[in-house]
Design a protein around this ligand. Structure first.
Ligand code: HQG
Length: 186
Protein backbone atom coordinates (compact mmCIF):
# COMPACT_ATOMS: atom_id res chain seq x y z
CA UNK A 1 0.00 0.00 0.00
CA UNK A 2 1.32 3.44 -0.94
CA UNK A 3 2.11 5.46 2.15
CA UNK A 4 0.34 8.63 0.99
CA UNK A 5 -2.42 7.31 -1.23
CA UNK A 6 -5.89 6.24 -0.07
CA UNK A 7 -6.66 2.56 -0.65
CA UNK A 8 -8.74 1.58 -3.67
CA UNK A 9 -11.53 -1.04 -3.44
CA UNK A 10 -9.21 -3.93 -4.26
CA UNK A 11 -6.65 -2.89 -1.65
CA UNK A 12 -9.43 -2.47 0.90
CA UNK A 13 -10.73 -5.99 0.19
CA UNK A 14 -7.23 -7.45 0.35
CA UNK A 15 -6.47 -5.79 3.66
CA UNK A 16 -9.84 -6.90 5.06
CA UNK A 17 -9.07 -10.50 4.05
CA UNK A 18 -5.61 -10.32 5.57
CA UNK A 19 -7.07 -8.93 8.80
CA UNK A 20 -9.76 -11.65 8.92
CA UNK A 21 -7.14 -14.34 8.39
CA UNK A 22 -4.76 -12.88 10.98
CA UNK A 23 -7.23 -11.83 13.67
CA UNK A 24 -9.56 -14.85 13.39
CA UNK A 25 -7.29 -17.72 12.44
CA UNK A 26 -3.52 -17.22 12.41
CA UNK A 27 -2.09 -14.34 14.49
CA UNK A 28 0.99 -16.50 15.11
CA UNK A 29 1.95 -16.44 11.42
CA UNK A 30 3.09 -12.82 11.82
CA UNK A 31 4.07 -13.27 15.49
CA UNK A 32 1.14 -11.18 16.74
CA UNK A 33 0.08 -11.50 20.36
CA UNK A 34 -3.66 -11.76 21.03
CA UNK A 35 -5.24 -11.60 24.47
CA UNK A 36 -7.76 -14.13 25.77
CA UNK A 37 -10.63 -12.02 24.42
CA UNK A 38 -9.21 -11.75 20.90
CA UNK A 39 -7.80 -8.20 21.13
CA UNK A 40 -4.50 -7.31 19.45
CA UNK A 41 -2.42 -4.17 19.90
CA UNK A 42 -2.83 -1.93 16.82
CA UNK A 43 0.78 -0.67 16.71
CA UNK A 44 2.05 -4.22 17.04
CA UNK A 45 -0.33 -5.40 14.30
CA UNK A 46 0.95 -2.67 11.94
CA UNK A 47 4.60 -3.39 12.81
CA UNK A 48 4.39 -7.18 12.57
CA UNK A 49 2.32 -7.00 9.37
CA UNK A 50 4.97 -4.73 7.82
CA UNK A 51 7.68 -7.20 8.84
CA UNK A 52 5.65 -9.85 6.99
CA UNK A 53 5.46 -7.62 3.90
CA UNK A 54 1.99 -6.12 4.47
CA UNK A 55 2.42 -2.37 4.66
CA UNK A 56 -0.49 -0.27 5.86
CA UNK A 57 -1.02 2.60 8.23
CA UNK A 58 -3.32 3.27 11.13
CA UNK A 59 -5.60 5.40 8.95
CA UNK A 60 -6.03 2.43 6.55
CA UNK A 61 -7.06 0.26 9.48
CA UNK A 62 -9.51 2.90 10.72
CA UNK A 63 -10.98 3.13 7.23
CA UNK A 64 -11.46 -0.66 7.02
CA UNK A 65 -13.11 -0.76 10.42
CA UNK A 66 -15.47 2.06 9.47
CA UNK A 67 -16.35 0.97 5.92
CA UNK A 68 -16.23 -2.83 6.05
CA UNK A 69 -19.50 -4.21 4.65
CA UNK A 70 -20.07 -6.56 7.56
CA UNK A 71 -18.34 -4.46 10.23
CA UNK A 72 -16.04 -7.43 10.78
CA UNK A 73 -13.57 -5.58 13.02
CA UNK A 74 -13.84 -3.42 16.10
CA UNK A 75 -11.37 -0.87 17.47
CA UNK A 76 -11.58 0.10 21.13
CA UNK A 77 -12.35 3.75 21.78
CA UNK A 78 -8.77 5.00 21.98
CA UNK A 79 -7.97 2.98 18.82
CA UNK A 80 -5.11 1.15 20.52
CA UNK A 81 -6.60 -2.35 20.16
CA UNK A 82 -8.52 -4.22 17.48
CA UNK A 83 -10.34 -7.53 17.20
CA UNK A 84 -12.53 -9.47 14.78
CA UNK A 85 -16.15 -9.44 15.97
CA UNK A 86 -16.84 -13.10 15.09
CA UNK A 87 -15.70 -16.03 12.98
CA UNK A 88 -12.63 -17.09 14.98
CA UNK A 89 -11.04 -20.50 14.86
CA UNK A 90 -8.40 -19.45 17.42
CA UNK A 91 -9.42 -20.27 20.94
CA UNK A 92 -10.50 -16.94 22.41
CA UNK A 93 -13.46 -15.87 24.52
CA UNK A 94 -15.41 -12.99 22.95
CA UNK A 95 -16.82 -12.38 26.42
CA UNK A 96 -20.30 -11.61 25.13
CA UNK A 97 -23.40 -11.55 27.32
CA UNK A 98 -25.94 -14.30 26.65
CA UNK A 99 -29.05 -12.85 24.96
CA UNK A 100 -32.53 -13.99 24.00
CA UNK A 101 -32.59 -14.47 20.22
CA UNK A 102 -35.47 -13.63 17.85
CA UNK A 103 -37.98 -16.50 17.48
CA UNK A 104 -36.45 -17.60 14.16
CA UNK A 105 -32.95 -17.34 12.72
CA UNK A 106 -31.46 -18.51 9.40
CA UNK A 107 -28.39 -20.47 8.39
CA UNK A 108 -27.09 -20.73 4.83
CA UNK A 109 -25.43 -23.96 3.82
CA UNK A 110 -25.01 -26.20 0.74
CA UNK A 111 -26.41 -29.52 -0.49
CA UNK A 112 -23.31 -31.56 0.29
CA UNK A 113 -23.55 -30.71 4.02
CA UNK A 114 -27.26 -31.53 4.37
CA UNK A 115 -27.06 -35.22 5.13
CA UNK A 116 -24.57 -34.69 7.90
CA UNK A 117 -26.58 -31.74 9.27
CA UNK A 118 -29.72 -33.92 9.29
CA UNK A 119 -27.80 -36.45 11.39
CA UNK A 120 -25.87 -34.30 13.82
CA UNK A 121 -27.38 -30.83 13.47
CA UNK A 122 -25.32 -27.69 12.87
CA UNK A 123 -21.85 -27.92 14.37
CA UNK A 124 -19.17 -25.24 14.80
CA UNK A 125 -16.87 -27.07 12.38
CA UNK A 126 -13.54 -25.17 12.44
CA UNK A 127 -14.94 -22.03 14.11
CA UNK A 128 -15.84 -21.28 17.70
CA UNK A 129 -19.59 -20.99 17.15
CA UNK A 130 -22.39 -21.86 14.76
CA UNK A 131 -23.26 -18.61 12.92
CA UNK A 132 -26.92 -17.62 12.41
CA UNK A 133 -28.48 -14.54 10.83
CA UNK A 134 -31.69 -12.60 11.36
CA UNK A 135 -32.38 -12.23 7.64
CA UNK A 136 -32.58 -14.69 4.80
CA UNK A 137 -30.50 -12.54 2.43
CA UNK A 138 -27.47 -12.82 4.70
CA UNK A 139 -27.92 -16.60 4.92
CA UNK A 140 -28.07 -16.75 1.10
CA UNK A 141 -24.71 -14.91 0.93
CA UNK A 142 -23.12 -17.08 3.62
CA UNK A 143 -24.26 -20.33 1.99
CA UNK A 144 -23.34 -18.96 -1.43
CA UNK A 145 -19.66 -18.86 -0.45
CA UNK A 146 -19.62 -22.67 -0.62
CA UNK A 147 -21.91 -23.28 -3.65
CA UNK A 148 -25.64 -23.04 -4.38
CA UNK A 149 -27.11 -21.77 -1.10
CA UNK A 150 -29.71 -23.73 0.86
CA UNK A 151 -31.44 -21.91 3.67
CA UNK A 152 -32.21 -23.64 6.94
CA UNK A 153 -34.74 -22.10 9.32
CA UNK A 154 -33.84 -22.44 12.97
CA UNK A 155 -36.44 -22.60 15.73
CA UNK A 156 -34.46 -20.39 18.09
CA UNK A 157 -37.51 -19.79 20.32
CA UNK A 158 -37.67 -23.55 20.87
CA UNK A 159 -33.94 -23.73 21.53
CA UNK A 160 -34.16 -20.83 23.97
CA UNK A 161 -36.96 -22.62 25.82
CA UNK A 162 -34.87 -25.79 25.88
CA UNK A 163 -32.02 -23.89 27.58
CA UNK A 164 -29.59 -23.25 24.71
CA UNK A 165 -27.45 -20.13 25.01
CA UNK A 166 -27.15 -17.46 22.32
CA UNK A 167 -24.78 -14.53 21.89
CA UNK A 168 -25.01 -11.54 19.57
CA UNK A 169 -21.64 -10.51 18.12
CA UNK A 170 -20.70 -6.82 17.91
CA UNK A 171 -21.54 -6.94 14.20
CA UNK A 172 -24.98 -8.52 14.55
CA UNK A 173 -24.25 -12.22 13.96
CA UNK A 174 -26.05 -14.65 16.29
CA UNK A 175 -23.76 -17.28 17.77
CA UNK A 176 -24.49 -20.55 19.51
CA UNK A 177 -22.65 -23.80 20.26
CA UNK A 178 -24.70 -26.22 18.16
CA UNK A 179 -28.18 -26.64 16.69
CA UNK A 180 -29.72 -30.13 17.04
CA UNK A 181 -31.68 -31.38 13.99
CA UNK A 182 -34.99 -31.20 15.90
CA UNK A 183 -34.80 -27.37 15.77
CA UNK A 184 -34.03 -27.16 12.04
CA UNK A 185 -36.58 -26.88 9.22
CA UNK A 186 -34.96 -28.20 6.05
C1 HQG B 1 -21.52 -26.48 7.48
C2 HQG B 1 -18.70 -15.60 7.24
C3 HQG B 1 -21.57 -30.83 7.74
C4 HQG B 1 -22.12 -25.09 7.53
C5 HQG B 1 -20.20 -15.74 7.29
C6 HQG B 1 -21.13 -24.34 6.66
C7 HQG B 1 -20.48 -16.27 8.65
C8 HQG B 1 -21.87 -28.70 8.50
C9 HQG B 1 -19.81 -25.03 6.90
C10 HQG B 1 -19.19 -16.91 9.06
C11 HQG B 1 -22.37 -29.18 9.74
C12 HQG B 1 -18.91 -24.27 7.84
C13 HQG B 1 -19.36 -18.38 9.20
C14 HQG B 1 -22.44 -30.58 9.91
C15 HQG B 1 -22.41 -27.04 9.80
N1 HQG B 1 -22.03 -31.37 8.89
N2 HQG B 1 -21.49 -29.53 7.51
N3 HQG B 1 -22.89 -31.12 11.03
N4 HQG B 1 -22.69 -28.14 10.52
N5 HQG B 1 -21.93 -27.36 8.57
O1 HQG B 1 -17.42 -20.89 6.93
O2 HQG B 1 -21.58 -20.46 8.94
O3 HQG B 1 -17.84 -13.17 5.59
O4 HQG B 1 -17.07 -22.24 9.06
O5 HQG B 1 -23.43 -25.10 7.04
O6 HQG B 1 -20.81 -14.51 7.07
O7 HQG B 1 -20.66 -20.81 6.58
O8 HQG B 1 -16.02 -14.39 6.76
O9 HQG B 1 -19.28 -21.28 8.63
O10 HQG B 1 -21.48 -24.46 5.31
O11 HQG B 1 -20.87 -15.30 9.59
O12 HQG B 1 -17.05 -12.38 7.78
O13 HQG B 1 -20.13 -26.28 7.51
O14 HQG B 1 -18.25 -16.63 8.05
O15 HQG B 1 -18.30 -14.38 7.71
O16 HQG B 1 -18.46 -23.12 7.15
O17 HQG B 1 -19.84 -18.96 7.99
P1 HQG B 1 -17.96 -21.85 7.94
P2 HQG B 1 -20.44 -20.42 7.99
P3 HQG B 1 -17.24 -13.53 6.90
Amino acid sequence: MNYFKKMDDKERKNLSKFLSYTLRHHPELIGLAMDENGWADVDELIFKSAQAGRIFQKSDLEEIVATNDKKRFLLIEDKSRIRASQGHSVNINLNLQAQTPPAILYHGTVEKSLESIRQEGLQKMSRQHVHLSTDKATAVNVGGRHGKPIILVIDTAGMDKAGFTFYLSDNGVWLTDNVPPAFITF
